[in-house]
Each structure stands twice: as structure tokens, then as C-alpha cells.
Design a protein. Structure first.
Length: 128
């Protein structure tokens, strides 16, 4: 995770293999970080994920969790490949009422554009 204080954006970069457990653990770490440091906008970048082994039932379980980023703060998920994009879009549709500010895009540049982030200055942050 890294944070751009000027734009108030937390960026979560996920790489390698992602299982149900890894996805849920990552979500919990983000929620804990935001609870300790305050609400912000967020980008979750799945571009570096080599295998997305997350089941539809795990995605549905995640929809029942309290949003890690509170309403009123845009969060963007970058999902370039069709399989990841489809799964994340399912999550977005199911959670429209609890996560109205969630957007799904194909590229990190599209996420920056959506959040009006120019010349980002991300600094690594330690998970809580």
C-alpha cells in the first residue's frame, strides 16, 4: 500500500496469486488502515495479478462486509483482464447501494484520470 497525501488517495497494488483468503485479508488490512488514518479515496490495482482464484461466493461474502472506504469517497478498482473485470463488475453491481462511489476501470491511467490525480506522489505506508 502507498498513499498520496496531496490527492488523499490510498493505492493498493495487488500482485501474483490472489485466493479468497488473500482477497479477504487484503480487504481487512485496508479497512483497518482507513479506520486508523481517516477516510480517503482509493485505487486497488489488480494489473499485476497473475492468477485471480476468487470464487463468486467469496465475492458475495465481501459484499456483506462494511465498506472499507466510507460513502462519499471514490474508490476505483483497476481490472485489465476480462475475467477479473467481470468479477469486479459483479461486485460493483451487487453493492451499488452500499458502495455508490465504486468505479471499475481497465487501466491505472484511467483511475488517475477519474480521480483527477496528476503527478501522483505515492509514499509506501505500513499496514496497521
Amino acid at each position: 500500500m502507498d498513499f498520496d497525501a496531496r490527492h488523499n488517495v490510498l493505492r493498493i497494488t495487488v500482485t501474483g496469486y490472489v485466493s479468497n483468503e488473500i482477497m479477504l485479508d487484503t480487504y481487512a488490512v485496508v479497512a483497518k488502515y482507513v479506520a486508523a488514518h481517516g477516510a480517503c479515496r482509493a485505487i486497488t490495482d489488480l494489473s499485476g495479478v497473475t492468477k485471480f482464484d476468487v470464487s463468486p461466493s467469496a465475492m458475495r461474502a465481501l459484499t456483506k462486509e462494511t465498506p472499507a472506504i466510507p460513502k462519499g469517497h471514490v474508490r476505483v478498482i483497476v481490472a485489465p483482464e476480462d475475467s477479473k473485470y467481470g468479477m469486479v463488475r459483479m461486485f460493483q453491481i451487487i453493492t451499488e447501494l452500499t458502495r455508490p462511489d465504486l468505479q471499475v476501470v481497465r487501466t491505472l491511467d484511467a483511475a488517475y484520470h477519474l480521480l483527477n490525480v496528476e503527478s501522483p506522489e505515492f509514499v509506501p505506508v505500513a499496514p496497521e
